[in-house]
Design a protein around this ligand. Sequence first.
Ligand code: NAP
Length: 345
Amino acid sequence: MFNQLGVIGCGLMGGSFALALKRAGLVKRVVGYSKSPSTTERARKLGVIDVAAESALLAVSGSDIVLISVPVAATEATFKAIRHLVEPGMLVMDVGSTKRDVVDAARRVLRERVGAFVPAHPIAGKEMSGIQHADASLYNGRQVILTPLPQNAPELVQKATDVWSAIGTQVLKMTAENHDAAFAAVSHLPHLLAFAYFSSVVNQPAGKDFLSLAGPGFRDFTRIAASSPEMWRDILVANREEVLKQAQRFRHALDALEHVMREGNGDALEDLIRGPAEGRSGLADGAPGCPAPARQGPATHAVHSPSRPAAAAWRRRHGAPARIEVHLQSRAAAGRPGRGRDRTA
Ligand code: NAP
């Protein structure tokens, strides 16, 4: 059991982690800090954190586990603010949607202390950001990607794995490079396209009229265009190299479709549609929006074992907490997150 969780960035992700740890009985006290004092105070009033800290450093002081849950571009400044109190044995994690930039910043700033930092990206989210939407169940049944550093002690990586498992996530490990390449394809590009597509429809003379006629297909396709502009600015800038590669692949695929349409070649068009139609129907049976990385992703290593109760695993390794409530889904259920409910980044 942890004595104190320090949350830096009391928003949707940080607040949900705090609530999940509290519900699982894994932490005695949560200290939080956010850029705006009003946010930190709100988190305290909502009972997400117990103590409002006046600085990031004060949130780290006395904490044995720290979660950095700020927009990715603010991560380096956060490392700078806390580095003096980062010490061996402490578990520091982030939740950033990009990993190479976060890892580079950690190396630059934390230097000899970088071993305390285990980079993480939970594949979970919601339509709305902000502490008021924090939810103890946000991570339950979802995946979390860890991109451990060579400087991380194996026991610390195990501790990170155990804490995420104990709040119901399936833990995968990969390199930061593979993470960013994979998420450029399955998350960052789709957001870019949703922003572009929505703009192209509404910014035409009859756009508003067209919008009034839109049905479920439009709603499904553009749902993620409602995401936080600040968050997505940071992600798309941080991972631009990989996203631009994926955009180029997309452009080729679109060109191919346009080419056969221009020729009026219905058979060729049908062939080009059949592949994705069959592929996507196959996904619907398994894990829409959350395909198992072991099957299709780059070098991943699943360490979660749904057959082994996560709470028992935690107890064996770290001693019995006063009370643990774990809501762990079966592998099958974990592969079928609620459709249309979650926004992941
Ligand atoms: P959020 O709800 O907007 O929360 C972000 C929090 O960070 C806010 O409380 C904000 O404080 C605070 N903050 C911003 N800059 C800060 C700074 N320099 N120092 C301290 N606090 C700062 O956003 P979120 O959805 O939780 O996202 C947080 C992180 O999670 C991002 O890195 C994102 O990439 C990652 N992530 C998000 C999702 C998702 O779907 N939402 C999924 C996976 C990963 P104020 O309220 O004072 O501005």
